[in-house]
Design a protein around this ligand. Structure first.
Ligand code: FUL
Length: 469
């Protein structure tokens, strides 16, 4: 065939192949999608409190209190890696004001301590260890400072900016900056009025793709509790206009659920500690959460459209205690075991509506993030059915929305059937978001039906799976 005959054919084919659904509503930045794909990160609370047994130091601690006898950040990173975390966030400065790096804007840092003759730098060691293990590195830098003499005056906002800059420019890429909402009085007995726009600009300029955490983002938001539990309804969108981190934040319930059609994309992060406290203390060595508890936390955080930030505090030697690291590894082994076998694989899938070849429902069964199932515009209540080659037993159902096009689904049901029996509802939910894992009774079935019963725009899903825990 001559070339000029081909051209009209190609054009005709292009005209027939439908376009992807238009994005709906507020959308994530690409780096927020990358962030959410990390799913589980490790939090490390470490500082003077590790040596005093306190949760909140009051800022009067001597620098020499900080004295890890065998600091080994490579061991933290290796533990995190073995536990399947994708990044580590360290309390570079907690409320007591002590800086784990030689911060030129402060006189209350490792440089003033006797530890390694004032030459030590925990951030340098940890960021290097993270790079070597292929982990991302993030920092918690508490705005509340109970040591800095200028706290409570305009001057402190400048000190805090210098503090941010001395970290953000010097330890390689920072994937997340954690702005804690706690704000009490400083050493002068005054509270600080924070210049949030200035702080945000500072981070943005130094590290354009860093996700900024706080009660109201702008990058990601606190889930509203410290138990690792997201709302069963969990929108990644939130209305942040007029709110501030800390006392000026939206109600906790709103933080855990988000706002439908919220004006900003501020996905949820669930922070929780593997021990009762955030900092290590000897008395809690035998109170490390069990694998079952950690599994529950995984399901109520990652399984409900939140990122899990699990705190594993290093001890006074500067190492992750053996009990905690062993527990983490057992937990990851269990997660891997559960999610290694997708019982939906091999099933034949059929949808109630068709947008075109590129968007067919079989895309729900592959692992490629950018291949998804979509139906014609305006169809907000489609369904799909999957017929398994034989009846199989499962108790976890996984669904994922393709969030680069927005979060859309507001309600759905899951039904099962065996040997042609009528459909029986085994689970229902509201939001899906980046990831949703439904816990069902142990169910034996050879057919599953997912019915989207409400959506803000035609649903776009990229994954469906069945598992047995
Ligand atoms: C809170 C702090 O006050 C705690 O000490 C801890 O750092 C936790 C993660 O955030 O707001």
């Amino acid at each position: 065939m001559k070339k000029h005959y081909l051209i009209p054919l190609i054009l005709a084919a292009a005209a027939c192949s439908p376009a992807p659904p238009a994005p709906y509503g507020t959308l994530p930045e690409p780096w927020q999608v990358t962030w959410q794909q990390m799913e589980t990160n490790m939090f490390c609370h470490f500082g003077p409190n590790t040596f005093s047994g306190k949760e909140w130091g009051d800022g009067t601690e001597t620098e020499d209190l900080f004295n890890p006898t065998a600091l080994d950040c490579r061991q933290w990173a290796a533990t995190a890696k073995a536990a399947g975390f994708k990044g580590i966030i360290i309390t570079a400065k907690h409320h007591d004001g002590f800086c784990l790096w030689p911060n030129p804007a402060s006189k209350h840092t490792v440089a003033q301590s006797a530890w390694r003759d004032g030459k030590g730098d925990v951030l340098a060691e940890l960021s290097k260890a993270c790079r070597e293990e292929g982990l991302k590195f993030g920092v918690y830098i508490s705005p509340w400072d109970r040591n800095d003499p200028s706290y409570g005056s305009d001057e402190y906002n400048k000190v805090y900016v210098k503090t941010l800059e001395s970290v953000l420019g010097h330890y390689g890429p920072i994937f997340e900056e954690w702005f804690d909402g706690a704000n009490g009085e400083g050493p002068a007995g005054k509270k600080q009025v924070y210049d949030w726009p200035l702080f945000h600009r500072t981070v943005r300029n130094a590290m354009p793709e860093a996700v900024m955490f706080s009660d109201v983002g702008p990058g990601c938001r606190w889930i509203g509790n410290e138990r690792g539990v997201a709302g069963e309804t969990c929108w990644s969108t939130l209305n942040i206009e007029g709110f501030e981190p800390g006392a000026g934040a939206p109600p906790k319930d709103t933080l855990s659920r988000g706002n439908v059609n919220g004006k900003a994309w501020v996905p949820a992060e669930a922070d929780v500690s593997i021990r009762p406290g955030w900092f290590w203390r000897e008395s809690e060595n035998n109170r490390v959460k069990s694998v079952d508890q950690l599994m529950d936390i995984y399901y109520t955080s990652v399984g409900r459209n939140a990122l899990l930030l699990l705190n594993v505090p290093p001890d006074d030697r500067g190492r992750i205690p053996a009990a905690d690291s062993a527990r983490l590894v057992e937990w990851r082994a269990r997660l891997d075991r559960v999610f290694a076998t997708d019982l939906a694989q091999g099933g034949r899938i059929r949808a109630s509506a068709r947008r075109g070849r590129q968007f067919q429902a079989t895309n729900l069964l592959n692992e490629q993030y950018d291949s998804y199932w979509a139906v014609p515009d305006g169809d907000c209540t489609p369904s799909f059915e999957i017929r398994l080659p034989e009846s199989r037993v499962f108790n976890r159902v996984l669904l994922q929305e393709y969030i680069p096009l927005g979060q859309r689904v507001s309600s759905f049901t899951i039904e099962a059937s065996t040997d042609g029996a009528p459909w029986r509802e085994i689970a229902s939910g509201t939001t899906i978001g980046y990831k949703r894992i439904l816990l069902t009774e142990k169910t034996r079935a050879d057919a599953i039906r997912v019915r989207i019963t409400g959506a803000l725009a035609c649903p776009v899903l990229n994954r469906f799976g069945l598992y047995l825990d």
